[in-house]
Ligand binder design. Sequence first.
Ligand code: PEP
Ligand code: MN
Length: 330
Amino acid sequence: MLIVLQSGASQKTIDQVVKRIEELGLRAHLSQGKFRTIIGAIGEENIAFRDQLRSIEGVEDVVPIMRPYKLASRDFHPENSFVQVGNVKIGGGGYALIAGPCAVEDRQICHEIAKAVKENGANMLRGGAFKPRTSPYSFQGLQEEGLKILRECSEQYGLPVVTEVTDPRNVELVGRYADMLQVGARNMQNFVLLSEVGKANKPVLLKRGPSSTVKDWLMSAEYILSEGNNQVVLCERGSQGFETEMRFTLDVGAIALAKCDSHLPIIVDPSHAAGRRDLVIRLALAGIAAGADGLIVEVHTCPEKAKCDGPQALTANMFAELMQQVKQFV
Ligand code: PEP
Ligand code: MN
């Protein structure tokens, strides 16, 4: 629930409300605007709690929130929030243009790709060092060696880097090399991992699970936010559909919906949605038109040699074409 204080409420009132919230076994999150202070009470609430809090002198209203997520909700934070990753502002008018290989495969290739995407207008680098693969026999990523290569490319080309963390035990390790931690679609409801990245002092890119509703997705964001990490960026990457010619179905409606219901920035991943490079530019533009604050795309300078997701990787020329088109909108 949200406790709305009377305008000009004193610090004493704020302290009293926070104390009572904590006594009730809830957690208080303060949002101090120019004219109003709103205090979010996080945890199991009931009507008795609401009435007790409303009885405190200086409290104007107590608004129950029907939506199960609170910190991720626009009710709690009406303005668009933004997340800063190095010199890149995502949301609040800033766009993330993230590009790179699906997986870091080799030092030289990674340098080649990073250079190509930088020259063509990317402002962040992506690349997987820990790959969540459907088959245990597929390439699993170079792990720490891959992280080192990513860091090196990040420094050399001036591109903050986002990379996936698949295991709660590796959050510290990945955080040592990455500027932003990616929680992949398959791990969207790995609640232990979500809590762990919530404790890390790093921006998080939270992908939507292929069969998850927008509400479930925002509940997962809530896990991260409720641990105290408010640097969360959402990413739509396609849902499980019935179309067989595409890997997934890009859910443009989910981008618009998440934008309406949540203040969090959101970006679009057209690569994993399409599964084939000839659709990627159109889907990227559709995502931006629906309100996305940027995109994350897979690019490879030699897709025929890629160890992972080659068919959906844009060539450097296609990425240049995408950037030309995107620049009309961002
Ligand atoms: C990826 O970004 O390479 C990836 C595995 O994405 P997703 O989790 O969306 O499948
Ligand atoms: Mn991939």
